[in-house]
Design a protein around this ligand. Structure first.
Ligand code: 13P
Length: 392
């Protein structure tokens, strides 16, 4: 159950003036380390999966493990697609179990960013999923040396930020005030005055990318000025790398398990340090008490067909699986035939929705309407259809 609505989670942090850690993960070691740390600190946490890291893991393979671990955690958890570059990646993220998505259209001109972000917000909100937008440009790449990457930092303008939030409907805004992704040489110079002005103008949870390398005082200043989600990765990767190098030095002939020994603990230690520094430790119970639990819905249809052969029913199901599984918010499409020959209904659909909001957006989605009207309803008049919410 401890998957919760990220909007509620960040509203709590905004009101109580602390920041929730959004740690990017690239493997199961990171996943375990982050959740261990959050549980040890009794803190809400965001499991973040960055599209820029998709070369290092298979997103559809990793996501079921992420969702399962999040559900078994005893602290409130949200699962976030970090830096989703396209509409399609946002849909894929939601359909694989992300409960929040970031649209990174920050390299586009203002109008292009607004249009693209608004389109994704419309889709995601119809799935119950909150959206983080980015305005201004935070340069660099997570886990690498920021100075080696092109792209200048572009600061977020207050008036533009207000217009952007109003026109797009984003729930959270990532701002550019001087941080960069990855390692930065020298001391980052943050424009806290600008951040304060953005916070006063917007009043929504603000997000900082490029958390690695900031000082204790800088984190405190960020949080005091409306930052409620801090994205953090490079220092976790560095802690893991350091542990692996130490293992290799201690035993140059060791194999894979010898090399990664202690990596979970090393990442966990860095996560715990940041969670306590950002003040989310001890907040788990309060967030669980007020955040909406993230519950999926099973859309169940049992039916009989009339005037069809077994092959035609197979085809009906095949077309349905291909079509319906791409609709935003559809987590899984199961089609089945009754084991018992005398069952009252011989066939079924069990379609899992990411959230109860999907029940409406799915019903009205043009692909669903076309499939139902053309293929399904003409032959399946005898049916029962019910939506069940997860009672867990
Ligand atoms: P760092 O890698 O600099 O911590 O930034 C992470 C980040 O912003 C992910 O979106």
């Amino acid at each position: 159950m401890p998957l919760v609505n990220m909007r509620d989670m960040l509203q709590h942090a905004h009101r109580e003036r602390y920041a929730v850690a959004a740690f990017d993960l690239v493997s199961l070691d990171f996943l375990h380390a982050i959740l261990n740390a959050a549980e040890a600190c009794e803190a809400p946490v965001i499991l973040s999966l960055a599209e820029s890291h998709f070369d290092y893991f298979d997103f559809p393979t990793l996501m079921p493990a992420v969702v399962s671990a999040a559900r078994r955690a005893n602290v409130p958890v949200a699962i976030h697609l970090d830096h989703g570059a396209t509409y399609e990646s946002a849909v894929q993220g939601i359909n694989l179990g992300c409960t929040g998505v970031m649209v990174d259209a920050s390299t586009r001109p203002f109008e292009g960013n607004v249009d693209y972000t608004r389109k994704i917000v419309g889709m995601a909100h119809a799935c119950g999923v909150p959206v983080e937008g980015e305005l201004g440009y935070v340069a660099g790449v997570e886990g690498e040396d920021a100075e080696r990457h092109p792209g200048e930092v572009r600061y977020t303008e207050v008036a533009e930020a207000k217009e952007y939030v109003e026109r797009t409907g984003v729930d959270f805004l990532a701002v550019s005030i001087g941080t960069v992704h990855g390692r930065m040489k020298g001391e980052p110079n943050l424009d806290i005055e600008r951040l304060g002005a953005i916070n006063d103008a917007l009043g929504i949870p603000l997000v900082i990318h490029g958390g690695t390398g900031l000082s204790d005082q800088q984190f405190q200043d960020l949080i005091a000025n409306g930052v409620t989600k801090i994205n953090y990765y490079t220092a976790l990767a560095d802690a893991a790398g350091k542990q692996i190098r130490a293992n290799a030095q201690a035993d140059s002939g060791c194999g894979y398990t010898g090399l990664v020994k202690g990596v979970i603990g090393a990442i966990q230690q860095e996560c715990e340090k940041r969670i306590r520094q950002w003040g989310s430790d001890g907040k788990a119970a309060a967030v669980l008490a007020e955040a909406e639990p993230w519950q999926e819905v099973e859309h169940v249809i049992v039916y009989n067909t009339e005037g069809t052969t077994a092959e035609q029913v197979d085809e009906l199901m095949q077309i349905g699986r291909d079509t319906l599984s791409n609709i935003p918010g559809v987590r899984r499409v199961f089609t089945g035939n009754a084991l018992q020959e005398d069952a009252t209904y011989q066939h079924c659909w069990v379609i899992r929705f990411a959230h109860r909001e999907v029940a409406d957006s799915y019903r009205n989605h043009p692909d669903h309407v076309a499939y139902a009207d053309t293929h399904f309803r003409p032959v399946a008049g005898d049916r029962i259809s019910i939506d069940y919410e997860d009672a867990d």
